[in-house]
Design a protein around this ligand. Sequence first.
Ligand code: GDP
Length: 227
Amino acid sequence: MSNAQDKDKAAAPVNVKLLLIGNSSVGKSSLLLRFSDEQWLPEDESSATIGVDFRVHKMDVKGKKVKLSIWDTAGQERFRTITSSYYRGAQGIILVYDVANRESFDALPKWFAELETYVSSAVVKIIVGNKVDKEYSRQVPVSEGQAFATRMNALFVEASAKTAVGVQEAFRDVVERIIDTPELWQSAGARKSRSGGAGAGAGGQDMPGSIDLRQEPEEAEGGGCGC
Ligand code: GDP
């Protein structure tokens, strides 16, 4: 019997929940689209914020099958209404700034402060300096981004959702670090089974509309966007 259980364990994917956060328009949705759909919407076709909200992506990392659920704020940050439920169950956080927009970099401490409130310190963080294709208008030197990440005990990569440079690397780096930290995903599994699988996203079952904009997840059942 225990043999069968072992087999089940080996076959079951590790569920990992990642969140994208950062100021509006830094390219969170674009990074998610680039990573999960290998897609780029030209600037003139995308509104200021594209507003993707949820993607599931499977990958093999360090010999393990990983089922990633990746959540985007879908513009919630514009209204300062990111709720605690958005953060619940996350094992990895991708903090994005725009290398051509200093204000978005200077906002990172505020985002870290919010993280301190909502997630455990063991959660893996990566800082992504996006839009590196705009080298001509860079406002944040790579050394400054790297130094800040080191200080905050976060991984760091510069990327461009437009050219795809650094994007795979960003997601892979954070997932590898999570896989290297079994207490993150093993406890997530335990949490999930305790709650009957109704957790906020780690199981990949949730629909985009279940982002809890109103603290009333049941109301969002139809998948409609509350924004
Ligand atoms: P979000 O609000 O953080 O989700 O940002 P979006 O993904 O909606 O992107 C905001 C704007 O920045 C859009 O016009 C995108 O086309 C543009 N953008 C996103 N990523 C990049 C990038 O890597 N390079 C350039 N040049 N523009 C980008």
